[in-house]
Design a protein around this ligand. Structure first.
Ligand SMILES: N[C@@H](CCC(=O)N[C@@H](CS)C(=O)NCC(=O)O)C(=O)O
Length: 214
């Protein structure tokens, strides 16, 4: 049985597990309560960030690396095109861009704008991180003008990666998506596996409801 530790970007992993029909359990990690108060989790990831997984003897962090592991270990699956498939380069690019180019820079915008002491909120680093997010988002928008999903006609794990980043930016109130991105998110989040993942991830579900009511 695969254990997923923590929501946040762990939502990507849970969504993928639901898409693949693999059994798992979610072990919540409450970062707001202070990870230093959760020694059992620190034994899994001494760096204290989420998500992590345990699968037998394998322990891993980094949501995109975890997705690549699950796809390779329990595939093949159409969620990850074969490297010889013409869809593969775009798939691989957007799988990583969802974290490296979108969610990671947006994280620093969010913590600056929403969590930093008042006097430190409008800092240069957060502004630069927002610029990075916006420029990478331009690549997503361009791709969506060509095809319904980021690797082409079919939904893949790259869409899980990027959808998480777009919802993160929107729910935190740090970015307003354009019409093309909104239509894309409606398409990807309309999937049954997304709904099941939301039912598992109760903290994410509550956060989404609270953001929608704002
Ligand atoms: N690149 C990592 C980012 C992980 C990350 O920053 N997670 C956030 C919550 S979603 C976290 O744990 N933040 C607290 C910290 O970094 O100490 C991934 O994709 O898993």
């Amino acid at each position: 049985m695969i254990t997923v530790f923590g929501e946040g970007r762990g939502f990507r992993v849970v969504w993928l597990l639901e898409e693949m029909g693999l059994p798992y359990r979610l072990r919540p990690v409450d970062l707001l309560a202070g990870v230093e108060n959760d020694p059992d989790y620190l034994a899994v990831n001494p760096a204290g960030f989420i998500p992590a997984i345990q699968d037998g003897d394998a322990t891993m962090v980094e949501s995109i690396a975890i997705m690549e592991y699950l796809l390779a270990r329990y595939g093949p699956t159409p969620l990850a095109p074969d490297p010889r498939d013409p869809a593969f380069p775009a798939y691989q690019q957007f799988l990583h861009l969802g974290e490296a180019g979108l969610a990671a820079p947006m994280y620093f915008v969010v913590v600056s704008r929403n969590l930093a002491p008042e006097a430190e909120r409008r800092n240069w680093g957060a502004g630069k991180a927002l610029e990075v997010f916006e420029s990478r988002l331009g690549l997503v928008t361009r791709q969506l003008a060509r095809s319904p999903y980021l690797a082409g006609e079919a939904f893949t794990a790259a869409d899980i990666s990027v959808t998480y980043a777009l919802e993160f930016a929107q729910r935190t109130g740090c970015f307003t998506l354009g019409e093309a991105e909104k239509a894309y998110v409606a398409r990807t989040t309309g999937r049954d596996a997304y709904r099941r993942a939301m039912d598992t991830c109760q903290a994410t579900k509550a956060w989404a409801a609270e953001a929608a009511a704002r």
